[in-house]
Design a protein around this ligand. Structure first.
Ligand code: SAM
Length: 225
């Protein structure tokens, strides 16, 4: 954006050149941590699928066969350049999750992988996802979360530094609670990485009513965040 040019309303700047430089180089290590969980998550995607905070596009090859259309959403221009190189055939929206330009009830599945940690306003982003999902549509999430006990203390200590290195990424977010408080109905949540500095959860939330009539799946871990 040139100096003095007006930014579209509701679209805060997202530009992290340092992050977009090192993140693609860390993909191998990242996928050793969450690759299997990502494949399990994305295998559930159906129909018109929105990938929020697509980054370098690691979610794309993990999508299951029931996906009919893919829309990438990535507000960081440097990340969008990588996406365009890797997936020239896919549409890429520059929106932030808090201000989606898609019409209401226009997607069947929304996916976020390691994104809510960096989103500026998580409740607003979840309201927007609920708006663009069709009734009965699903939100699949794979997110790292806050920790209790000694590791929680370490997270709180490192969080300010981590935000600087990780482009606004917070270590201390209670993502499951945010989804429970959102207009979406939490359908399942489970831990895929326990303990340590970066525990990870995976789960599904539904717009309107659960697809299969359940309110909360038996696999939902009560303490999962
Ligand atoms: C840690 S990366 C994860 C990228 C990718 N989803 C993956 O699993 O590798 C977080 C991504 O979220 C994007 N992001 C940051 N703030 C966002 C927002 N408000 N709305 C949507 N995406 C955002 C960043 O630009 C970055 O690409």
């Amino acid at each position: 954006m040139t100096r003095g040019a007006k930014r579209p309303a509701g679209r805060p700047p997202v530009s992290h050149p340092c992050f977009s430089h090192w993140y693609p180089r860390a993909e191998g290590a990242l996928e050793r941590m969450v690759g299997e969980a990502r494949r399990l998550q994305n295998a559930q995607a159906v129909g018109r699928t929105l990938i929020v905070g697509a980054g370098t596009g690691l979610d794309v090859p993990a999508l299951g066969p029931q996906v009919t259309e893919v829309i990438l959403l990535e507000p960081d221009a440097a990340m969008r350049d990588i996406l365009r190189q890797r997936y020239p055939h896919l549409p890429i929206l520059p929106d932030v999750a808090e201000a989606l330009t898609l019409p209401p009830s226009s997607v069947d599945t929304a996916i976020s992988s390691l994104v809510l940690c960096s989103v500026g306003q998580v409740p607003q982003a979840l309201r927007q996802l609920a708006r663009v999902l069709r009734p009965g549509g699903q939100y699949l999430f794979l997110e790292h979360v806050s920790q209790t006990g000694a590791w929680g203390g370490v997270q709180r200590l490192l969080d300010p530094l981590w935000q600087r290195v990780g482009a606004g990424c917070h270590l201390t977010r209670d993502v499951a609670a945010a989804i429970r408080d959102s207009p979406l109905a939490l359908d399942s949540v489970s831990r895929v990485r326990q303990g340590g500095l970066v525990p990870v959860i995976r789960g599904r939330a539904i717009k309107g009513q659960p697809l299969d009539g359940r309110q909360e799946s038996p696999s939902a871990a009560p303490g999962a965040q």
